[in-house]
Design a protein around this ligand. Structure first.
Ligand code: NZQ
Ligand code: ZN
Length: 399
């Protein structure tokens, strides 16, 4: 296990009904809010009206910015930051899924600095991002997640897309960690089955990626991770079949927050290679992040992990998916089959070509994944370096 630091400063209010506290709590964070939400779901479900009344009830002044798209774009962030500055907002309330929370974090940074958000991003040709990231300061953020997926509500990461260049990459830093997260699982009762499936695939990926290529001796993190994977696989199906099942939605919500936290990741010395490959897909073709991860994960298991770390795949299968084979290679293969069956049971059956992704874009996307995710190296780091050809082979296998 490698040395690690734990920074988990977000104050978390968890439980069905906790949303009712948003007005009183908001008053302790700032004096005028930019309330950020997505284009339609919060209006359709009545949630936006509820939050507006709760804020008004406590006389919290706010300005609404209600146009964050899935896979949020830099242009949207800049518009939100301009609105916050014009109106003198001194904190941000994010009401939505990962896209809204990520956009809100970036708005919080850009509103404070007055700089375009692309200045912060890695692929920016002027290279200014190196001086601005890690982001140390931003307006304070209150996160109210309405999808259990990304863990954005308690981490310092914001994933953005610069649509003109199709760069999708993250900015991060302690300044982006929300001060407060209101985790009310009942806000996810309206999440449709396909978004629940994508969200669960994303939580799973946050858990398995670093686990499968981890340093040795991370026993606490491994046990924690395996418990969360087992629960996500189990409760995903319940949440899809019974959207208002409180136990399932609560379990998924808390699992999603913890999945991308130092409690599962600390000391592993490993990152998120599959996320590096997926962000290019959603940056180029605007596909849902979790679906992209699920599709890519099966050839990634087959071509990389089965060769390099079959004992880890086998262990995940035995401890999380009911695999019983005694020899590691057999158990590793059975694990891939079990994961594939789980995805299928949630309705994830597509190939990349089903999203209009063309074969001739696969090589440029492999190169872009390395340009953005390699952070200066000519590969992504997994159980071994993944060069252009390895990434291309994974894309091709699920095209
Ligand atoms: O856009 P609206 O109208 O709000 O609708 C959304 C969207 O269509 C809808 N939705 C959200 N809450 C709902 C709801 N529908 C019904 N009822 C509700 N309660 O769901 C759709 C998907 O929303 P989105 O926010 O895009 O999903 P998710 O939470 O999966 O976030 C995905 C984004 O987060 C990034 C991804 O790359 C992607 O851009 N990630 C952020 C991370 C982080 N900050 O740590 C890490 C992740 O690995 C990930 O990269
Ligand atoms: Zn993710």
């Amino acid at each position: 296990m490698f040395p690690f630091e734990v920074l988990f400063p977000t104050r978390v209010l968890f439980g069905v009904g906790e949303l009712a506290r948003i007005g009183r709590e908001a008053k302790t964070i700032g004096t005028k809010a930019l309330l950020v939400t997505g284009g339609s779901s919060a209006k359709r479900t009545g949630l936006l009206d509820r939050v507006c009344s709760l804020l008004a009830g406590e006389e919290v002044p706010f300005v609404l910015f209600d146009r964050v798209e899935p896979n949020p774009r830099t242009t949207t962030v800049d518009a939100g930051a301009a609105l916050a500055r014009e109106n003198g907002c001194d904190f941000i309330i994010a009401l939505g899924g990962g896209s809204v929370m990520d956009a809100s974090k970036a708005i919080a940074a850009a509103a404070l600095s007055g700089r375009p958000i692309y200045d912060y991003m890695r692929g920016n040709p002027s290279g200014t991002g190196k001086d601005l990231v890690p982001v140390q300061q931003a307006l304070p953020i209150v996160a109210v997640p309405t999808v259990a997926a990304t863990g954005s509500e308690a981490n310092g990461i914001s994933v953005l897309t610069h649509w003109e260049t199709h760069e999708k990459s993250s900015i991060n830093g302690p300044g982006l960690i929300p001060k407060l997260a209101v985790l009310d699982p009942s806000l996810t009762y309206t999440v449709p089955p396909h978004v629940t499936a994508e969200a669960c695939a994303d939580i799973f990926s946050h858990l398995f990626e670093a686990y499968l290529i981890s340093a040795e001796g991370t026993h606490v993190q491994d046990g924690f991770t395996e418990t969360l994977i087992r629960l996500v696989a189990q409760f995903s199906r319940i949440a899809i079949n019974e959207p208002e099942n409180e136990e399932a939605r609560s379990t998924l919500m808390w699992a999603s927050t913890l999945a991308i936290s130092p409690f599962t990741l600390g000391g592993r010395g490993a990152g998120y290679p599959l996320h590096g490959m997926e962000h290019t897909l959603s940056g180029w073709y605007d596909i849902p992040h979790g679906r992209g991860l699920a599709i890519l994960s099966l050839p990634y298991f087959e071509q990389i992990i089965l060769q390099d770390r079959p004992e880890r795949l086998a262990r995940m299968g035995r401890n999380c998916f009911g695999v019983t084979d005694e020899d590691d290679l057999g158990a590793a293969r059975a694990t891939i089959e079990a994961v594939s069956n789980w995805y299928r049971s949630m309705g994830i059956t597509q190939r990349l070509s089903d999203f209009g992704i063309t074969r001739d874009s696969l090589l440029p996307m492999a190169r872009e994944s390395i340009r953005i995710g390699g952070r200066g190296a000519d590969c992504l780091t997994s159980s071994r370096p993944l060069y252009e050809n390895e990434i291309l082979a994974i894309y091709e296998a699920c095209h």
